[in-house]
Write a protein that binds this ligand. Structure first.
Ligand SMILES: Nc1nc2c(ncn2[C@@H]2O[C@H](COP(=O)(O)OP(=O)(O)OP(=O)(O)O)[C@@H](O)[C@H]2O)c(=O)[nH]1
Ligand SMILES: [Mg+2]
Length: 271
């Protein structure tokens, strides 16, 4: 593809971005979401209200009224956890003609300004299927995390890499983008077993579907320019214990996914 054609594809490639929201009325920066969508017409948000008990749903409905062409609001009447909220949103987004879909935490710990670069990676590299944001403290990046969260996260990603039998990566970062293909639709078919560490389960499903070698050729770690821990996280210490238990369960599980789209070769070829 020549340079001009690539540039025009980049300008137009649509992204469906899922934002799971649980009791976010007091925390989420609605103006920032609206501003960014106005500046980037290729973007469509899928906000998923995960059974919130505050005024989140009303806030989201008002945002949709303001920008109806750029916003879809989905509602789960009971709190199902981030995993199911994200899956629900991704299923809706992937049914639309978005070239790429992804998910992003409502607290904007990763600013939306990271999204265009992550999008470029998938558009410029056709063999890539997923881009995962990583919080790496390298020079020139502004990664502000609580020390204890950074340490726990580092330990967790090491164990997760053993479970996945893959090189270590920041599995839990809430900024991820996927090519909207048959492979993604296959891995979303069944609900996730894990409530907290579904990101690891998602990668395990990609691995089971593509095979390790193809997954490693298809996944791109994008070191975020900026990350700031935002107050008001609903994670509790007990959730870390639960996450370890869920990791052990994942290590023993079968992650193969049903074929849902035979037109695309996403399954591992028999050796
Ligand atoms: N905690 C939590 N978050 C949910 C739930 N359902 C959806 N979410 C959304 O998942 C995203 C992540 O929530 P946070 O509370 O920021 O937790 P986190 O980002 O995993 O953890 P931190 O590193 O502490 O920020 C937010 O967009 C939440 O609104 C739920 O049941 N519990
Ligand atoms: Mg957060």
């Amino acid at each position: 593809m020549d340079g001009l054609a690539t540039e025009s594809r980049i300008a137009s490639a649509a992204v469906g971005l899922v934002v799971p929201c649980y009791n976010e009325a007091g925390r989420m920066s609605r103006w920032e979401f609206l501003r960014f969508a106005r500046e980037n017409p290729w973007l469509h948000y899928y906000f998923v209200d995960d059974g919130s008990t505050d005024t989140t749903y009303r806030t989201l409905a008002q945002m949709r009224q303001t920008l109806p062409l750029s916003i879809t609001v989905l509602r789960l009447h009971q709190n199902r956890g981030k995993a199911e909220a994200v899956r629900h949103g991704l299923l809706a987004a992937s049914a639309e003609p978005h070239e790429l879909v992804g998910f992003w935490d409502a607290d904007l710990a990763a600013p939306l300004s990271e999204l265009p670069q992550m999008r470029d990676v998938l558009i410029r590299n056709e063999q890539m299927r997923l881009v995962v944001g990583v919080r790496r403290r390298i020079l020139g990046r502004r990664i502000r995390r609580k020390r204890i969260r950074g340490l726990l996260g580092g330990g967790f990603s090491w164990v997760a890499s053993r479970v996945l039998r893959m090189p270590r990566c920041d599995t839990q970062c809430g900024a991820k983008l996927f090519r909207n293909d048959g492979c993604l639709r296959a891995v979303l078919q069944r609900p996730f077993q894990s409530r907290w560490i579904f990101d690891v389960e998602l990668l395990a499903r990609y691995r089971a579907t593509l095979g390790k070698a193809r997954l490693l050729e298809s996944i791109y770690e994008y070191p975020l320019e900026e990350w700031s821990d935002v107050a008001g996280s609903k994670l509790r210490w007990s959730d870390f214990g639960r996450a370890v238990f869920e990791l052990l369960r994942l290590a023993l599980a079968d992650h193969r996914c049903p074929v849902v789209d035979t037109s695309e070769s996403c399954h591992e070829e028999a050796a």
